[in-house]
Design a binder for this molecule. Structure first.
Ligand code: DGL
Length: 260
């Protein structure tokens, strides 16, 4: 039986990248919905349909547990999806609580897609946090397409980030929450614009811890050689160009994980 990771695109690799280190004896399936990425400005109904297709597909491929490594898909679809399937499905949401814990009364800036930012799930999360008044939100959906194109450093990218962050007095913030799994690829570029004291916070470690808990719950640990199968919108990835694109992403994540 396998562990499934799902995202609209290559963003979910940032979460699986950590799971691969922590779970060396497991078999993984990574499903990216490359035909429909980006999700960040689509409707809830569209996203729910895409996620449903992906989850069904991974269950047919013998997934024992699935991580929706996408804040946008979680926000839009996890309630419906959990009602439909009986295997454990782990979602992701912006790591607001973690960020507030380390922020010492300074502000926290959550960067995510418009669906996540406008979603009830995030509003509810912030409302139910004592220091919710310290949280500000910024939508940067364009970063998803930059990541999909493998454009991680460019003047256009820097200009976009400068433009989106212009409205915020960055020196007042303690941390930036990477509330979209695609945003993990841009830590070095963000760093060129934001002050050094601002920490990057993401939900990857919490999600992988949750995955490990779930596996111990269902007695689901295996002792296999680690394997990974990649699927793009239901088709197995065999093309060497696509496989090397995935490898380039994983290599970049080896660097990004060191930036905190
Ligand atoms: N990686 C996804 C997330 O965490 C979003 C991407 C998209 O807009 O497709 O929200």
């Amino acid at each position: 039986m396998k562990i499934g990771f799902f995202d609209s695109g290559v963003g979910g690799l940032s979460v699986m990248h950590l799971a691969l280190r922590r779970l060396p004896d497991e078999q993984f399936i990574f499903y990216a919905d490359e035909e429909h990425v980006p999700y960040g400005e689509k409707t809830i109904e569209q996203i729910t349909g895409y996620v449903d297709d992906a989850i069904r597909f991974m269950i047919e491929k013998e997934a024992k547990v699935i991580v929706i490594a996408c804040n946008t898909a979680t926000s839009a679809a996890i309630h419906e999806i959990r009602k439909k399937y009986s295997i454990p499905i782990i979602g992701m949401e912006p790591a607001v609580k973690k960020s507030l814990t380390i922020c010492e009364n300074q502000r926290v800036l959550v960067a995510a897609t418009p669906v996540t930012i406008k979603g009830e799930k995030l509003r509810y999360l912030i409302q139910n946090t004592e220091q919710g008044h310290l949280v500000d939100l910024v939508a940067i959906p364009e970063l998803v397409s930059f990541a999909e194109q493998g454009e991680f450093e460019s003047e256009q990218l820097i200009n976009l980030l400068r433009d989106r962050l212009r409205a915020f007095k960055l020196e007042e913030y303690s941390s930036i929450v990477l509330g979209c799994t695609h945003f993990n690829y841009f830590k070095d570029t963000f760093r060129q614009i934001i002050p050094n004291h601002i920490k990057f916070v993401d939900g990857n470690e919490g999600t992988v811890n949750q995955l490990i808990n779930e596996l111990s719950h269902i007695n689901g640990f295996e002792k296999n050689q680690q394997t990974i199968e990649y699927y793009f919108s239901g088709k197995k990835v065999t093309d060497s160009k696509e496989l090397s694109r995935i490898n380039e992403c994983l290599k970049r994540l080896d660097q990004m994980i060191k930036i905190i």
